[in-house]
Design a protein around this ligand. Sequence first.
Ligand SMILES: CC(C)(COP(=O)(O)OP(=O)(O)OC[C@H]1O[C@@H](n2cnc3c(N)ncnc32)[C@H](O)[C@@H]1OP(=O)(O)O)[C@@H](O)C(=O)NCCC(=O)NCCS
Length: 160
Amino acid sequence: MEIVQLLVSDIGKVYQKSEMTEPVRQAYEAYVETHLKWLSEWCVNADHLKNNIHHLYLLVDDKIIGFRYFYFPSKGNYCELLAVFIDPNYRKRGFASKVIEQSIDFSNKKGISKFVVRISIDNKPYKEGLLSFYDKLCGKRCPPNQFTIYSSKGKREYGL
Ligand SMILES: CC(C)(COP(=O)(O)OP(=O)(O)OC[C@H]1O[C@@H](n2cnc3c(N)ncnc32)[C@H](O)[C@@H]1OP(=O)(O)O)[C@@H](O)C(=O)NCCC(=O)NCCS
């Protein structure tokens, strides 16, 4: 297993969507492409955006079986942990934990220990697991880190 970290501006140069398994490609198109389009319309500073959105790809047997991305907003000295997705055939093996741990370690090296997670549950049953997953992981990594999770179930804070 290998975790590859890329800036948003490098996507496409290094990895192609054809290297993703089908469920990952679908999730990537549904979440990442839509979200990046929204961010680029909303964010006035395109250079800041280009240099502060990091993507992590999980490679297993030369296939991309999962991804996540995270963002350092220009104000606030914190990290937004954005979408995470693991191919259903590869779940419950610690892969999502590894990519998120990597984002946390990378942020800590930059002196950032505050994290925000926003989950839209939207009545989709598969997303219920996402909240339990983050609850566990945030509990493990605080202190010294601080996490705020926003979801339709309200606001949860760890380490604050
Ligand atoms: C939630 C998700 C990321 C978990 O990935 P994973 O690789 O299976 O997670 P891990 O194996 O690292 O699990 C870590 C911990 O979370 C728990 N966990 C994982 N999935 C869970 C679930 N569905 N329900 C409850 N707990 C769960 C595990 O039991 C594990 O606990 P442990 O440390 O006590 O053993 C994965 O199920 C997924 O991609 N779901 C779809 C998410 C989605 O819709 N993303 C797009 C929008 S953001």
